[in-house]
Design a protein around this ligand. Structure first.
Ligand SMILES: [Zn+2]
Length: 355
């Protein structure tokens, strides 16, 4: 446990649900944990006891929140859960917090397997659908050009980014052909309880967290993680975005929730201390912004110049692309905030200097 985590409280201690099983965290709310073949090696998914109207009266069953990436191991884990954890009831609906592969990858398979509808924000649905059909998205020529314009000029890295054209579809082969729209402020009735949608920006196009006042629970998705800070990046598809400011504004919306809220994050363990965590994330980014500002006061910097300042450990290529996106997000926050000015120099690279 790191120092910041010690200021939070993990009510379940170190208990984790075993693969293929679930762990009840509140009445009708069950925790599933699946492994991921990445540096971030697991994801949390949720199973909510539900009831929906059918042609012959109410139908009992379950709602799934988030799906894991598409691969045989994850499907096998789902099958084990279906066989032993559902009390013989069906899956009635699949909710997806946002379009990243670990959250939406198996939505198509789950919805088809149970003839269940997908519920997601319209923005993330459409971006996911385009990304499964696109040859680029998360790589390819335009990503390579974007990173180069921010100072990543090493030919070997650029070549590898250019070659990575099938990343998203390999983890999300398809998405369902229709969806139910989730939007900020909408209420979803799940198992006789109201869950309110809270939109979040800066991590995904339109992330939806779900809050149940009756249970005092927040399904935070990737917008509220206890141990790591959420990835907040600028990408080639929206090269001028102010992602960090959007993210910080978004997490402030959680301040309105009860201080004692149990937050269910997509990575890490369920925790209490929501207000503390919001404060920690603001502190974290304020420190990073100060470092970036200081570097740009010494000399005009591009994003690649900023990497060793923001990330004090060696990065592989995959981490470098994430880190570049984060560096641009910090530069843009200061640029939009009026503290940095941006120039496009003769070498085609954006540099930022103190105003
Ligand atoms: Zn995500």
């Amino acid at each position: 446990m790191n120092l910041l985590e010690q200021q939070l409280h993990y009510p379940l201690g170190d208990v984790l649900p075993e693969p293929g099983t679930t762990l009840e965290v509140a009445p009708g709310v069950r925790w599933i944990r699946m492994s991921l073949p990445f540096a971030l090696n697991h994801i949390n998914l949720w199973l909510l006891r539900d009831e929906m109207d059918g042609p012959d009266g109410p139908v009992q069953g379950w709602t799934i929140v988030d799906c894991c990436i598409s691969r045989d191991e994850s499907k096998a884990q789902w099958e084990a859960i279906f066989a032993t954890q559902l009390q013989g009831l069906p899956i009635l609906r699949v909710i997806v917090t946002h379009m990243h592969p670990d959250h939406i990858g198996l939505a198509h398979w789950l919805c088809e397997r149970w003839q269940a509808p997908l519920w997601i924000s319209a923005t993330d649905y459409n971006v996911a659908r385009l990304s499964t059909q696109s040859t680029t998205g998360f790589g390819g020529e335009s990503a390579a050009r974007f990173f180069a314009s921010h100072g990543l000029t090493d030919p070997d890295s650029i070549e590898k980014i250019r070659a990575r054209t099938n990343y998203y579809p390999s983890l999300v082969p398809d998405v369902p052909r229709s969806f139910h729209r989730l939007m900020d402020g909408y209420t979803v009735r799940i198992g006789g309880r109201d869950w309110t949608c809270i939109s979040g920006y800066g991590h995904a196009p339109e992330h939806i967290a779900l809050h149940c006042a009756e249970l005092n629970i927040l399904i935070g998705g990737d917008m509220m993680l206890p141990r790591i800070s959420t990835n907040v990046s600028v990408y080639d598809v929206e090269p001028e975005s102010n992602a960090l400011t959007q993210f910080l504004d978004s997490i402030d919306k959680f301040s309105a929730l009860d201080a004692d809220t149990l937050t269910l994050p997509s990575h890490g363990k369920p925790f209490k201390g929501l207000h503390k965590r919001i404060e920690q994330l603001h502190d974290h980014h304020r420190d990073r912004l100060a470092e970036v500002m200081e570097a740009c006061q010494r000399k005009p910097c591009h994003a690649a110049d900023i990497l060793p300042i923001m990330f004090k450990r060696p990065l592989d290529l995959h981490q470098t692309t994430f880190a570049m996106g984060e560096a641009v997000a910090h530069l843009h926050a200061l640029w939009y905030g009026g503290q940095l000015r941006r120039t496009l120099d003769g070498d085609g690279i954006y540099r930022f200097s103190a105003v």
